[in-house]
Design a protein around this ligand. Structure first.
Ligand code: HEM
Length: 125
């Protein structure tokens, strides 16, 4: 297996972990669970997301080069920024359940769009 394949498998595994943790944290926020205050729940997502970004940077260095030169990667980065902002609203900033649910739904849509862009790399933009 090439180093690129290792990075890509790592990237996909970290993506799955990151999404699972995001959904779990939202569930705990929704049910006002004390788990949300645990130290590991506060730290682990940062660790996973940093490794996720590192695996992406590794793949860019190995094969893809400047991410802004490719439409699918450019839109993926824009969606990543939107996902981070929406995730923070859903998990922290939203003042009521409607705001939490809306932000969570749009964050999931951003994730779905990122996965679709990564899988099909459309050139139609
Ligand atoms: C939460 C954020 C992210 C999600 C959900 C995500 C999702 C994915 C998925 C599912 C794949 C595998 C696609 C396939 O099966 O072929 C992938 C590959 C890839 N991602 Fe990400 N990714 C994220 C962040 C990033 C970032 C920030 C970058 C870089 C700017 C990036 C760059 C790449 C590259 C270069 C590939 C390899 C494409 C290939 O070799 O086919 N990803 N991503």
């Amino acid at each position: 297996m090439s180093f690129y394949s290792v990075l890509k498998h790592l990237h996909i595994s970290l993506v799955s972990l990151s999404i699972a943790l995001f959904v779990l944290r939202f569930f705990w926020r929704w049910t006002q669970s004390p788990h949300l205050q645990s130290r590991w729940v506060k730290l682990t997502p940062h660790l996973i997301d940093s490794l996720l970004l590192l695996s992406a940077i590794g793949m860019l260095i190995q094969v893809w080069g400047n991410p802004f030169a490719l439409p699918w990667l450019r839109y993926k980065i824009i969606l990543l920024c939107a996902y981070i902002a929406l995730g923070s609203v859903a998990l922290k900033r939203a003042q009521n359940r409607r705001g939490q649910a809306l932000a969570f739904t749009f964050a999931l849509l951003c994730l779905a769009a990122m996965v679709t862009l990564a899988m099909y790399k459309p050139a139609l933009f």
